[in-house]
Design a protein around this ligand. Sequence first.
Ligand code: PLP
Length: 391
Amino acid sequence: MTRDLSTDLIHHPYLPPAGFEAPQVPVHKASTVIFPNVAAVRSRDWRYKGGYTYGLHGTPTTFILEERIATLEGGRQCVLAPSGLAAIMLVDLALLAPGDEVLLPNNVYGPSRELARQELARWGIRHSLYDPMDAAALVRAIAPQTKLIWLEAPGSVTMEFPDLAGLVAAARARGVLTALDNTWGAGIAFKAFDLGIDIVMQALTKYPSGGGDVLMGSVCTRDQALHEMIKLTHMRLGLGVGGNDAELMLRSLSSLPMRYRAQDEAGRELARWLAQRPEVARVLHPALDGAPGHEHWRTHCSAAAGLFSVLLDVRYTPAEVDAFVDALRLFKIGYSWAGPVSLVVPYELATLRGAGRGGLQGHLVRFSLGFEAVADLQADIAQAMAAAFGG
Ligand SMILES: *Cc1c(COP(=O)(O)O)cnc(C)c1O
């Protein structure tokens, strides 16, 4: 029987030899997964990595990435989401129901708070803010309906490093689950699960990607029952990640420890230099002496992200601060961090601290280190300061 060419181009008899191995994990792409027979359709369980059922439930590429991220975080299980924010949403929707309350630190990643304020609220889930620098305040904030406490170390933008062990102890004493946004620590600076944290989320978009070109998030656990709750919600929400993105992430992941240390070293060098500048009122970098929560950073961490904020002196006008940021040449204006290009973003202090506390004054500018030479970055800041502030 002869078949038409259009059929043969799809159902071709050739199979390459098995056993191909190469340094990089191959990209497997699928919505459809082909089963050998009906019995396989009936017997395969998509929940465990025992086989393949549908692209949304995983491919060899995403399974390998999940296992490696779980190892990075010191967890046992991992699910991937299409962005860091989607990973935060996944945790919230998996664990919260109408009538429940979630607690967020008052220096939380802004979009996480907006998610609670605008979306969770519509489903009858309340949120409250707590001061992460006061474990006793967290104890007081926990109510009978509190089902989840988010942690972040350090806080987004204002960079206070909390007493994680104290916050976890407060949550555990009341039997409330804790979830950490570990984007800053990236699984390198400290081991979150060893502190008793239940769920560790990360924006893989930042350090693990390291290229400024992939969006992805992860949710890791050590507890199988907790993982299964998250995994079921993940499936029902349809949070898939693409094969090409997973491959890019795997390619970068192998250099993460080296990149983290290099950007840490560069960040501290630049932060120390900035602390000496007369234009700078304060440098907010948790590894620097005198920074908010520096003592907790010292207790918990062996490294720091290449990310810090500075408070420029109050004597400058907002327009002068904007002119300074615009005058930077190597530092590009843009969100995210941990890619090859150094980045800068000015923030309005007034919009950052939930309760308006924190005692910070000045104009806040956040810097993230890329891979450029520190001396060149220093020269760039010096010329921009001269251009915008004179002298
Ligand atoms: C970037 C970021 C996120 C969100 O990640 P996206 O992939 O951009 O959605 C969450 N938390 C922190 C601390 C971040 O820096």
